[in-house]
Design a protein around this ligand. Structure first.
Ligand code: AMP
Ligand code: MG
Length: 406
């Protein structure tokens, strides 16, 4: 049996990047950027005021001074006058600073008086630091600056910046498609009441949701009974996707048909079995037809085993498909609240929750978990606590690594 690290290395070498496609700015949230984004303008495009007030020469502001207002500049205007000693311009937020002015005094600190057919401004301050309430051309970024490098998951906050640099059409990775095939004679779909001996297919819908949340388009194939001919047909249909996830039928049981049928369908096995708990029987393979590859994971049928396998291995494949390096530092160190006895032998992922402490330290509490079919406990977990295989007895305040679940 191989280690988690060996499994991740094998996934990394087997998986290639997806092709790219163009999408509109409005459709780019949640997609993975596949091109370098460069600024086509300076930001701001001119020296500007960041307050409503008066553009002045800082050196002119002396106790009791009075400056003549030569014009009013609103955002979108171009200044017509130069600010010479003794003059000021009324200026609004975002408007270009006129030549000669270096500073803005906010309107709240000023008083305007009319005399001899002209307007004058006086100040409720005696001096001001040069440059105050202004922003220089290109202060945020200059034309030609690299704004984003691929790969990058485009989030809502990125959209404003992409809009500012005029990127209305963006090259992103194509969304992967993923076939989902839960298997097992005991399964019925969730809308049915299970008869004696049956259980509801909880894993299928959870896998669909997990893969959709990870940005894939899912193709739900329905429940596959443990019957070779029909299951092979479903596998063949599923192989038209970029990814195919089977659940169930992957260990040593009498009706555990997945490994054999996948191999018969032409899927090349890369590994079967990883030293991990839960999730040990996981099977991974690659199907190649002409220049198209399908990555196939057969996951243990218990929902919690499947979740751990998705979080660790399927997500790693998806990251590689999107051009990311393999996830290395998703884990966080935390202190354990209470003692914990682990069986050892295999690295164990155990559901846990955060505990708040007065010192704001990161502390996790292992939950009273009944094992890999216990979805109820899992639903209240915020993390998986990792108990390495070398050690079995853990004490209160030991440092452990945790994998956040959201
Ligand atoms: P298997 O991997 O097929 O040996 O299944 C392991 C355990 O998970 C058995 O108790 C199954 O009944 C259960 N199981 C398999 N598939 C599912 C599923 N889709 N939803 C919920 N439980 C499942
Ligand atoms: Mg089964």
């Amino acid at each position: 049996m191989i280690s988690i690290e060996q499994a991740l290395d094998l996934i990394s070498s087997a998986v290639s990047e997806l092709p790219t496609e163009g999408v509109s700015l409005a459709n780019s949230v949640g997609r993975v950027l596949a091109e370098t984004i460069t600024a086509d303008v300076d930001s701001p495009p001119h020296d500007k005021s960041v307050m409503d007030g008066f553009a002045v020469r800082a050196a002119d502001i002396t106790p009791g001074c009075q400056l003549r207002i030569v014009e009013t500049i609103t955002a979108g205007d171009l200044p017509q006058q130069t600010i010479y000693p003794g003059t000021a311009a009324r200026i609004m937020t975002g408007a270009p600073l006129p030549t000669g002015a270096d500073t803005v005094v906010m309107v709240e600190k000023t008083r305007v008086e009319h005399s001899d057919g002209s307007e004058h401004v006086t100040f409720e301050i005696d001096q001001i630091a040069a440059g105050q309430h202004t922003m220089q051309v290109g202060a945020s970024f200059a034309k030609g600056t690299t704004i984003f490098e691929p790969p990058r998951l485009i989030g809502p906050l990125d959209i404003g910046l992409l809009a500012e640099v005029g990127k209305t059409w963006i090259e992103v990775r194509r969304r992967p498609t993923c076939g989902i095939l839960p298997t097992g004679n005991e399964l019925v779909e969730p809308h049915r009441v299970p008869a004696a001996g049956q259980i509801r297919n909880s894993n299928g819908p959870m896998l669909v949701a997990l893969l959709q949340a990870a940005g894939a388009k899912t193709d739900y194939l329905g429940i596959g009974l443990d019957e070779p001919k029909r299951l092979s047909e479903l596998i063949e249909t599923g192989l038209s996707n970029d990814l195919l996830l089977l659940s169930g039928g992957v260990s040593e049981g009498l009706l555990d048909l997945a490994p054999k049928l996948l191999t018969q369908s032409g899927v090349r096995n890369v590994f079967h079995g990883v030293a991990i708990k839960p999730g040990k029987p996981i099977w991974f393979g690659v199907y190649e037809e002409r220049d198209k590859k399908t990555y196939v994971f057969a996951l243990p049928g218990n929902p919690v085993s499947s979740l751990v396998a998705v979080r660790l291995f399927v997500n790693a494949a998806l990251r590689k498909m999107h051009g990311f390096a393999l996830e290395e530092s998703a884990m966080l160190p935390a202190r354990l609240a209470g003692d914990h006895q682990s069986r050892g032998g295999r690295t164990t992922y155990w559901p846990g929750e955060w505990v708040s402490t007065p010192s704001c330290e990161r502390v996790v509490q292992p939950l009273a978990w009944l094992g890999s079919s216990d979805l109820r406990t899992l639903a209240s977990a915020k993390v998986l606590i990792i108990f390495p295989s070398e050690k079995s007895r853990y004490s209160n305040s030991d440092v452990v690594q945790v994998l956040p679940l959201d």
